[in-house]
Design a protein around this ligand. Sequence first.
Ligand SMILES: NC(=O)c1ccc[n+]([C@@H]2O[C@H](COP(=O)([O-])OP(=O)(O)OC[C@H]3O[C@@H](n4cnc5c(N)ncnc54)[C@H](OP(=O)(O)O)[C@@H]3O)[C@@H](O)[C@H]2O)c1
Length: 218
Amino acid sequence: MTLKLATTLDGRIATRTGESQWITGAESRLSVHGLRAQHDGVLVGIGTALADDPQLTVRGLALPGNSQPHRIILDTHLRLPPHAQVFEPDSGSVFVLCGLEAAASERRRVLEQSGAVILSCQLDADGHVEIESALAQLAAQRLTSIFVEGGGSVASAFLRARLVDRLEWFRAPLIIGGDGLAAVSSLGVDQLLDGIRFKRMGVRNSGADIWETYELEA
Ligand SMILES: NC(=O)c1ccc[n+]([C@@H]2O[C@H](COP(=O)([O-])OP(=O)(O)OC[C@H]3O[C@@H](n4cnc5c(N)ncnc54)[C@H](OP(=O)(O)O)[C@@H]3O)[C@@H](O)[C@H]2O)c1
């Protein structure tokens, strides 16, 4: 699983009002589209889907056979609007992963009419879609390489489950302060030894930004 983060120098992914477009520059954003193209699916949480209404497609690059990666939303209660932009492209599927209760509700039919494929999952202790259950459902659809694009809650959920083996981190020369939204929300780490350690595999300039690639340390 690859986690992408586009942050300020002080590790924030949005201002305190939720504005995140755009923290990083055009060159970094084009690289993100290239990374999307290398994966089976591009995944975000419903918080990001509601805040940014993203398309989650590859744009600005030639795609063989116009084969867009699939779009994936973690959305326990099926809050995704039926006219969300994620439904607009006519290639690839939109998978919405929800809880069993929502999967039995009228919301399911509404989203299916928009073209969503609804996959019902177990819930975790916090009442959100359980990440392992979501990945099992996606694997059953032959989606095994997932590009996780956030936001902070979903990034933490994947990290907490120790399911991120690669990080693509774009860092802009900007500081917005501790009241901005953290790239990774709480992990409950008390000791440094309990942190998740990565090994840096590459660092390069990306316009005014820095693009770092990390792999999980064995
Ligand atoms: N700079 C960047 O790279 C970047 C990227 C993405 C987003 N953003 C910004 O980040 C903000 C959104 O971040 P966010 O943290 O509020 O939202 P988020 O991580 O996108 O979505 C969180 C929501 O996802 C749902 N969810 C389902 N299963 C989950 C699980 N296992 N763990 C955690 N959440 C789960 C939960 O709602 P339910 O339980 O109702 O399903 C939860 O409230 C926006 O301001 C956006 O602009 C920035």
